[in-house]
Design a protein. Structure first.
Length: 167
């Protein structure tokens, strides 16, 4: 009986300790581009919906690649460049943050194996308040998302050489 009490107390404390916050964060439409050929980098996109108080995404991790980073695109001398996000991504109270091509994205650098169309992969977003939020990511053919030729020609991560980029 004592043991049962201990278990119940642990369960109760887990709820109080922060699991309730995670319920405020909803992740929608998570998808990643299927790998093309021998390309070793990938990118994942998603929508973060916050049903509660302001929070911040402080990091991301996965077992999919050597490095998993939060990235964004910036304009520098009229050239679109991507780089690692500095200081996290703010998620406003009752707000949404879009991770999409040409903007915020989860960067997978050095994929351990190619992302195959139709498979589901996992990444974990790390929130300041909500803690770890696991995300199921659908791997899709990029064309299925209606990406334009321009996205492919100039901004497709697969074709970008990360080695040249300053972080
Ligand atoms: Cu990137």
């Amino acid at each position: 009986m004592k043991k049962l009490f201990a278990v119940l107390a642990t369960v109760a404390s887990l709820f109080v300790a922060g699991n309730t916050f995670a319920a405020d964060i909803e992740i929608k439409d998570a998808w990643a581009k299927a790998s093309i050929g021998q390309v070793r980098n990938g990118a994942a996109f998603l929508t973060v919906v916050n049903h509660g108080m302001a929070d911040r995404i402080t990091g991301v991790r996965s077992d999919l690649a050597d490095k998993t980073e939060l990235h964004t695109h910036i304009m520098e001398n009229n050239v679109m460049k991507m780089r690692q996000v500095d200081g996290g991504v703010d998620v406003p109270m009752y707000g949404e943050v879009l991770f999409k091509p040409g903007s915020y994205h989860v960067m997978l650098i050095g994929l351990k194996k190619p992302l195959a169309e139709g498979e589901m992969v996992n990444v974990t977003l790390e929130f300041e308040k909500a803690g770890d939020v696991p995300v199921m990511v659908n791997v899709l053919d990029p064309m299925a998302k209606g990406m334009t030729k321009m996205d492919h020609g100039t901004m497709d991560h697969g074709n970008m050489d990360h080695g040249d980029m300053k972080h």
